[in-house]
Design a protein around this ligand. Structure first.
Ligand code: COA
Length: 530
């Protein structure tokens, strides 16, 4: 494609500078997540002879393996910012040549205990592993449920119990579940290794017991120390609860690698992969193109040109329904069908999108949704043209697509546009956001207008101007706060905030996982399959 972007133009430079500020903020927040429980607790952890969680992951992975970390900013802005990364690191990397999901507790964050966001992150990692046919490796160092939050962690579907339910079902479905135990595993925490296919325990620090020494004393008046009750040597030699005893953490991680190396795991096929070609246009220019003002229009072709191989694609129906760009291309050598917003969705763009999804279904091409959408068109003309039904056709096609789907929020994600462009409710395999993204039913300005008009109507001429102004201001504040991408990622509404320039590589890793698992792909999210 011939670009019309001029990196020296005033608008581009203003946009790029504003976007740089967003990237600095993102990197600062990621540093907070990586810092875990802070310097003092990290030092205590190391003094105890334990390895920090991210170093454990480095030691586990093959040298040079990428690590696709998920939802690093879970918990951001919650609990006084005292639960960085929600106390657990999750992500995908290669171990002994096999792509694996890694779920690793950070014991420096409240003893690695589970808050609501920790459970959601753990469950989400399992969902991704299940759908992409990945073995799960649990690096266990956790104090079970965070007790003051037990009502948000324990009783419901999707809470702690579901993590164990998933573990059993995935194992039964042929996906290995393997654990290495580095710290105390009490009660629920004990079931992570106990339900694993194989587990390794580290002597001296690893503990597994249904009830720790204080509970044993209170329940049956038995006085016992932790090592005797649930130490690694006892479990390896007496109870048989664990399968391997390791004298150091490094040895435990090497044992885990040896187990993966002997899984007899099928090699990746990469049948459809073409040679990888970089885009002709620089992905680093994306910030300068999209900017930080969602109201400022740009041509989404310029974004696609910085994501796909050779900046080349085959556009479907380019003369029709132009506000939804539909195109097939290759990304890191893998085929992909792209649906990208270029304005509000009309009936024409909706039916075109539904048609395009059918083509990709037939040709087994995974779908990529690039969301920047205020919604479907409203008004008399649109309603008389059947927008309600035509938009529903797109939503239906998205929901029932027979190929894997990926979504990136590159701008606004509002109203039913979120549904038509495969928002979280439609269970894409992965969903990432850019730091300029916004997600809500509607923008703060529209929400304030709707709510003040409703209030004005119900007061029937007795409207108090000051009260309406206060409602307007409060609604804007609420919608600003809640549509912020960090508000969303903290609550696990996405799989992470990523930089525009990293997007091509992140999507390449996702497409590689999809390619490896597609021959065995069995339909929509397995959570809803039973
Ligand atoms: N619920 C609430 N808080 C917990 C917790 C839990 N399950 N597990 C740990 N914490 C908190 C501690 O109170 C402490 O908080 P503080 O820093 O505000 O004082 C912090 O996490 C660190 O715990 P600490 O005991 O100092 O860490 P440790 O590394 O020495 O030990 C554990 C870690 C997990 C072995 C130990 O905390 C423990 O045994 N926790 C309770 C386990 C349990 O009974 N779980 C049952 C859940 S169903």
């Amino acid at each position: 494609m011939i670009t019309s972007i001029d990196p020296n133009a005033a608008l581009f430079r203003r946009n790029a500078a504003a976007y740089e500020a967003l990237l600095r903020e993102l990197r600062e927040r990621l540093a907070w997540a990586v810092g875990g429980g802070g310097e003092k607790l990290q030092a205590r952890h190391v003094e105890r002879g334990k390895i920090p969680v991210r170093e454990r992951i480095d030691l586990l992975l093959d040298p040079g393996s990428p690590f696709l970390e998920l939802s690093a900013l879970a918990g951001y802005g919650l609990y006084g910012n005292e639960v960085p990364a929600a106390g657990v690191v999750t992500g995908i990397g290669r171990v002994a040549g096999v792509a694996c999901m890694i779920i690793a507790n950070d014991a420096t964050v409240k003893g690695g205990s589970f808050f609501a966001e920790t459970v959601r992150k753990h469950v989400r990692a399992q969902e991704i592993a299940w759908e992409n046919r990945l073995p799960c490796l649990y690096l266990v160092d956790c104090g079970g449920a965070y007790l003051p939050e037990q009502d948000r962690v324990f009783p419901d579907f999707g809470h702690f119990g579901t993590t164990f339910y998933h573990q059993c079902r995935m194992s039964a479905d042929g996906l290995p579940q393997l654990s290495a135990v580095f710290g105390g595993c009490t009660a629920g925490g004990a079931y992570i290794p106990a339900l694993s296919d194989e587990s390794v325990m580290v002597e001296g620090t690893g503990r597994i017991h249904l009830g720790g020494p204080p509970i044993v004393k209170a329940a049956i008046a038995e006085e016992v120390d932790g090592e005797t009750l649930g130490g690694a040597a006892m479990h390896a030699r007496v109870s048989g609860v664990t399968d391997y005893l390791a004298t150091t953490e490094t040895e435990a991680l090497q044992r885990l690698r040896d187990i993966v190396a002997n899984l007899n795991w099928p090699r990746d096929s990469h049948a459809t992969r073409r040679p990888v070609r970089p885009p002709q246009h620089d992905p680093a220019e994306l910030g300068g193109i999209v900017g930080t003002d969602l109201k400022q229009p740009y041509d989404v072709h310029e974004v696609i040109a910085r994501l796909v191989d050779g900046s080349e694609w085959q556009e479907f129906k380019p003369e029709y329904g132009a506000t939804l760009v539909c195109a097939t291309a290759h990304l890191h050598g893998y085929p992909v069908g792209i649906l990208a917003n270029n304005g509000v969705l009309f009936s024409e763009s909706s039916t075109k999108g539904a048609h395009f999804i059918e083509l990709c279904n037939q040709r087994r091409i995974p779908l990529l949704f690039l969301q920047n959408i205020t919604g479907f068109m409203v008004g008399v003309e649109a309603e008389r043209g059947g927008i309600a039904k035509h938009s529903a056709k797109l939503v239906y096609a998205v929901a029932t697509a027979r190929v894997p789907r990926l979504t990136v929020l590159i701008g606004g994600s509002y109203g039913a546009g979120n549904y038509g462009m495969c928002g979280r409710g439609f269970a894409p395999r992965f969903l990432f956001s850019w730091p300029n993204a916004r997600i809500a039913t509607m923008s703060p300005q529209v929400a304030a207008t709707v709510l003040t008009e409703l209030r004005r109507g119900s007061l029937k001429g007795e409207a108090d101007t000051a009260a309406l102004a206060a409602l307007d201001a409060e609604t804007r504040r609420q919608f600003e706060e809640q549509s912020d991408p960090y508000y969303a990622t903290a609550r696990l509404w996405d799989d992470g905030v990523i930089e525009p320039a990293q997007t091509r590589d992140v999507l390449g890793l996702c497409l590689e996982l999809i390619d490896a698992s597609t021959p065995r792909y069995a339909g929509p999210s397995p959570v809803y399959r039973m």
